[in-house]
Design a protein around this ligand. Structure first.
Ligand SMILES: [Zn+2]
Length: 164
C-alpha cells in the first residue's frame, strides 16, 4: 500500500517530466507549476492535491497510467522504482505487473541532459520543519473555520456537484 506521502512524491516526479494528472468529473488535466517552492511542495501542487483528494483519488490518475490515485492508496498497490528509468512507479502488491511505467511513452526519457526529477524533501531536518509547519497550519485552520481554505473547498465542491 502506498502512503499519501509516497503518492505525492510519485506525482511530483512525473509532474517534473511534464506528465499531468487527469482530474475526475471531466475537469481535464492538471500539471502544477512550479512543482516545488523553497524546498517543499508549491501552492499549485497543494491545490492539485486538494482537487485529487476531493474525491479521495477516485476516477483520477496520472496520464498514461491505468490505476487511479484511489487504487494506489489501497492495499492492492505499492510504489517502487522503475527498472528502466528509476522513476517511482505504482505496481500491484500481488502478482506480476502488466502495467508499463509511465516512461513507456516518453521517447526522450531516460535523458541524461535534463535535471533528474527529485523529491521535495532532501533530509530529515527539513522533514521535521515541514511537520512542524503543517501542525501549526492545522491548528490555525481549526481555530478559524471560516478561513480561505474552507471557503474555497466548499466552492470547489459545489461547482463539482453541479457538473454531476
Ligand atoms: Zn520507467
Amino acid at each position: 500500500m502506498a502512503t499519501d506521502v509516497q503518492v505525492r512524491d510519485f506525482l511530483a516526479h512525473w509532474f517534473q517530466l511534464g506528465k499531468p494528472v487527469v482530474l475526475p468529473g471531466g475537469r481535464g488535466d492538471y500539471l502544477p507549476r512550479p512543482v516545488f517552492c523553497q524546498g517543499s511542495y508549491s501552492q499549485d501542487f497543494e491545490n492539485c492535491w486538494n482537487q485529487i483528494m476531493a474525491t479521495q483519488g477516485q476516477d483520477c490518475y496520472l496520464k498514461g497510467t491505468v490505476q487511479t490515485i484511489a487504487a494506489m492508496l489501497s492495499p492492492a498497490w505499492d510504489v517502487q522504482d522503475c527498472a528502466r528509468c528509476a522513476m517511482p512507479v505504482s505496481i500491484p502488491t500481488l502478482g506480476l505487473t502488466s502495467f508499463p511505467c509511465p516512461c513507456h511513452d516518453l521517447l526522450s526519457w531516460p535523458n541524461q541532459d535534463i535535471p533528474v526529477p527529485r523529491g521535495a524533501v532532501n533530509d530529515q531536518r527539513h522533514l521535521e520543519q515541514v511537520r512542524e509547519r503543517l501542525s501549526r497550519i492545522q491548528g490555525q485552520s481549526m481555530a478559524a473555520p471560516q478561513g480561505t481554505y474552507k471557503t474555497e473547498g466548499r466552492a470547489v465542491f459545489s461547482s463539482w456537484r453541479k457538473m454531476l
